[in-house]
Design a protein around this ligand. Structure first.
Ligand SMILES: Cc1cc2nc3c(=O)[nH]c(=O)nc-3n(C[C@H](O)[C@H](O)[C@H](O)COP(=O)(O)OP(=O)(O)OC[C@H]3O[C@@H](n4cnc5c(N)ncnc54)[C@H](O)[C@@H]3O)c2cc1C
Ligand code: SF4
Length: 539
């Protein structure tokens, strides 16, 4: 056996691949993690809104195309830890109902081949592994959980508390966002997290964000049998003559072609790149792309309908860490609208510099700087439905093409209206009276920007799992129906996207698939339990 042969190769070190690497490393088997990026450099620019949001210092320079053939610069990041290095670490479970079929105004959201209960133990484990700070029983749509969060929720700063009180007074049930930050509010001096203003969208300079590199990849590398190769772009997967096993993983590294092999190969390059990799890996045995007899690979791309909405008021919003508050009261509908609308929460506090990177038109009488100082910056997410024509393909030049026609927009529009209505009823301000909030809304200073196609942060759905090989590429354990040693564990397995942030579901599923792989490797139940204990979870 060559030295380039491993028990398992994992491609991509983000939420899916990084978590799986952590799960498998204590097994003693030879595990190789191939990551096209490098470590994010630790430097002051990590926390510079200019460097991150205006200059795009950490974003890929890669360009894709849209369906019209126009150039598309994706807002995505290729580094150890994947997009979790930049995420806002809002770590939500999908709702129990999201696993079943749901009727939306814009059509049907299909059922998953597994129910919530099958993923539940892994959600708990993922929450513990990623040190989620939260509180059970406060989110009105949250599904049942088998264990409490290990860390108490991140508290609101005064402006957020005031808003939370207003929402509660208006009959809503606002709650604290479950967050993967290593904050100890009882001992701020020793706390790793300093609760800064540059979390969402930025790498954490002090390594206190629970991202896949800090929480999973680095600890896994303590095991001598676990190896990480960075700068390793996986160009293609090749199979045996029968087409039933992947036999070669073809890598381009520093301009040189290398090949690796493994008993099991796991693709976790993110929903768009994973689909692209399978589509690039065409062969006589797989003429439509690897594991794509069903022709679903690349299809059903989803990314959520997301909007950033700034509510301006005359009073400043001095909040530093804004991403603590959420509302799910309209997730499944409202008395006046029986269809799902989605989720309301926050982005990190916007500042004038970030706003200068092409965000909203300047409100009359305001500067960007002032707007940043006075805004509440909402993040609204609604479910987009899996349309086979919303898809990833590869063009003649080998470039990724992302075709997407938005759907299911009415629920999102109504969600915006609900928020507008709530904001118009905020408590009368003692300084400006009604003119502080309500008047501003009346003057249309509620400024919204729908996230454009390049905003692929929540990408999912392109290699769906299912029971029927005619309509899915992966089986219920995320193994390719047509290729015995090929698995996929990033966001591509989602048959529907729900309306909460996707990362915790990707992490939980990676742990679930990890157990199937451990069984297959003959690691045995005892070893799998020890692996869970090593992950910090109750056995
Ligand atoms: C700014 C921002 C904020 C976000 N906030 C949240 C949030 O608060 N909560 C939440 O749940 N989600 C959030 N997300 C989304 C979340 O980060 C993703 O859902 C999650 O990281 C996806 O995990 P993944 O494993 O599918 O892919 P990624 O994490 O993207 O990992 C894929 C990895 O594969 C590597 N790769 C790609 N192609 C190849 C190749 N050919 N060869 C080798 N390696 C390859 C990439 O470099 C990357 O490291 C946010 C994302 C962004 C960008
Ligand atoms: S210090 Fe805390 S708030 Fe700041 S980036 Fe790190 S984890 Fe986020």
């Amino acid at each position: 056996m060559s030295t380039n042969h491993y028990d398992v190769i994992i491609i991509g070190s983000g939420a899916g691949g990084g978590t799986l690497f952590h799960r498998l490393a204590p097994s003693g088997r030879r595990i190789l993690l191939l990551e096209r990026g490098d470590y994010v450099p630790r430097e002051p620019e990590n926390w510079s809104t200019r460097a991150v949001n205006v200059e795009g210092r950490y974003q890929t320079s890669e360009h894709w195309r849209d369906q019209a053939g126009k150039d598309l610069h994706p807002h995505t990041n290729y580094w150890v830890g994947g997009n979790t290095k930049f995420y806002g670490a809002a770590l939500f479970r999908l709702r129990r109902e999201d696993f079943g079929e749901l009727r939306h105004a814009g059509g049907g959201s299909p059922a998953w081949p597994i129910g919530y209960d099958e993923l539940e133990p892994y959600y708990t484990e993922a929450e513990h592994l990623y040190q989620v700070h939260g509180e059970r029983g406060v989110d009105p749509t949250e599904p049942p959980a088998s264990a409490p969060y290990l860390h108490s929720p991140v508290c609101h700063e005064p402006r957020m508390q005031q808003l939370s009180d207003d929402f509660a007074r208006l009959g809503c049930r606002p709650f604290h966002v479950p967050l993967g930050v290593m904050l100890d509010e009882s001992d701020r001096r020793r706390s790793k997290c300093i609760r800064c203003a540059t979390c969402d969208g930025h790498p954490c300079l002090v390594q206190a964000k629970s991202d896949a590199q800090v929480v999973c990849v680095d600890p896994a590398l303590q095991h001598p049998n676990a190896t990480l190769v960075t700068g390793a772009y996986v160009a293609r997967l090749e199979t045996s003559a029968s087409g039933r096993e992947v036999t070669r993983v073809v890598v381009e590294r520093e301009g040189i072609r290398e090949t690796y092999s493994a008993d099991i190969v796991v693709v976790s390059a993110g929903a768009i790149n994973s689909a692209a990799l399978l589509l690039r890996s065409v062969s006589d045995q797989h003429p439509r792309g690897l594991a794509n007899g069903s022709d679903v690979v690349g299809r059903h791309y989803m990314g959520h309908i997301n909007s950033v909405l700034m509510a301006l008021s005359k009073c400043p919003n001095p909040t530093v860490f804004q991403k603590t508050l959420a509302l799910n009261d309209f997730y499944f509908g409202a008395p006046d609208w029986p269809f799902p609308m989605g989720h309301i929460s926050f982005v990190g506090k916007l500042d004038g510099t970030t706003l200068s990177a092409g965000a909203p038109a300047i409100a009359p009488g305001w500067t960007l700087e002032l707007m940043g100082k006075h805004s509440l910056d909402f993040w609204l997410t609604s479910e987009d439905l899996p349309d086979p024509n919303n898809r990833v393909t590869i063009d003649r030049d080998g470039k990724i093409v992302l075709a997407y026609t938005p759907n299911n927009g009415e629920g999102h529009r109504r969600l915006i209206k609900k928020l507008e209505h709530l904001m118009q009823q905020q408590t009368r301000c003692t300084v400006h009276g009604d003119g502080c909030h309500q008047g501003l809304f009346a003057r249309n200073l509620f400024i919204g920007q729908r996230i454009p196609l390049a905003g692929v942060a929540h990408q999912n759905g392109t290699i769906r799992f299912g029971r029927d090989p005619k309509t899915s590429a992966l089986d219920v354990n995320c193994r390719a129906h047509e290729v015995e040693n090929l698995y996929v564990v990033d966001g591509s397995f989602f048959p529907s996207s729900g309306a909460v942030n996707p990362a915790l579901t990707i992490m939980a599923n990676a742990l679930r698939v990890g157990d199937r792989i451990l069984e297959r490797l003959g690691a045995g139940r005892g070893e799998a339990v020890r692996t869970r204990e090593a992950a910090g979870a109750p056995a």
